[in-house]
Design a protein around this ligand. Structure first.
Ligand SMILES: C[S@@+](CC[C@H](N)C(=O)[O-])C[C@H]1O[C@@H](n2cnc3c(N)ncnc32)[C@H](O)[C@@H]1O
Length: 240
């Protein structure tokens, strides 16, 4: 993560209204930069943008970003205004209006110019069928080394997300890497250990973030079993 990334996360990101904890925003930036350091670059996209808070994180780190939303709540012009107001230019973000649950893999691929994505955020409709549908869809658009962040996992105020996500995890190709402040991060099995190790490095290097520090304290005392537990056959880090 560069000094510019930190300035972005401490500045413009804080000024955008929406739902995203600092820990998730910093972690997503760290993981995107780790992908790039390994020569892995690709577009990123989000389903469910609202005023662009987490989208701005993806855009800051990838600069090749697609924003899917129905834009019924917040029209595209207002999302752009929200970003501009925070000092983020929306000019090179591609905004696509529509219901993600009606999108086919072929149409999604067309929107991505035939490319696969390296980082995807799923934060659209929060019903179980919609989350299952979005996860099944985005799996088709992900690079083999890509990461998906599922928002509102374990959030009791969006209880259907758990049902949709866990239904997907029973059959899907993506497995849990870690849970961090309202988001479950998943990837293909072959990359999950690499990203879990990268995330631990991030927690150790970012103890100025209170929830990362608390997680590491749990890891020390009472012990690792308080910070890392099994889910779908994998040991996942937990930053509540
Ligand atoms: C919780 S908000 C997203 C918050 C945002 N990710 C942030 O960083 O603040 C959910 C968004 O999903 C959008 N949405 C709901 N159902 C959708 C659907 N079927 N397809 C696409 N977007 C949808 C809503 O319009 C809303 O903007």
């Amino acid at each position: 993560m560069s000094a510019e990334d930190i300035a972005f996360l401490a500045g413009p990101f804080q000024r955008i209204e929406g739902w995203c904890h600092d820990e998730s925003a910093y972690l997503a930036t760290h993981l995107l930069r780790a992908q790039q350091a390994a020569g892995r670059t690709a577009p990123s996209f989000e389903i469910g943008v609202y005023k662009g808070k987490f989208l701005s994180v993806l855009h800051n780190a990838s600069r090749d970003t697609v924003a899917f939303d129905t834009y019924e709540w917040i029209p595209v012009a207002s999302v752009k205004e929200s970003l501009r107001g925070a000092g983020v230019s929306p000019d090179d973000i591609q905004f696509i209006a529509g219901d993600s649950t009606k999108m086919t893999p072929a149409i999604l691929s067309e929107h991505l110019g035939g490319r696969k994505a390296g980082f995807i955020s799923v934060d659209g409709a929060h019903t179980a069928p919609a989350v299952f549908s979005d996860m099944t869809l985005v799996e088709t658009a992900l690079e083999p080394w890509g990461i998906v962040a599922i928002d509102d996992f374990l959030n009791p105020m969006a209880i259907g997300v758990n049902e949709g996500a866990t239904r997907y995890l029973h059959t899907g190709a993506l497995v849990p890497i870690l849970y961090c402040t309202n988001k479950l991060f998943v990837s293909r099995h072959e990359f999950a250990d690499l990203y879990a190790a990268e995330a631990l490095r991030f927690f150790e290097e970012n103890q100025q973030l209170p929830k990362c520090k608390a997680m590491l304290e749990h890891k020390t005392q009472p012990g690792t079993h308080w910070a890392q537990q099994e889910m779908f056959g994998r040991l996942v880090w937990i930053v509540p």
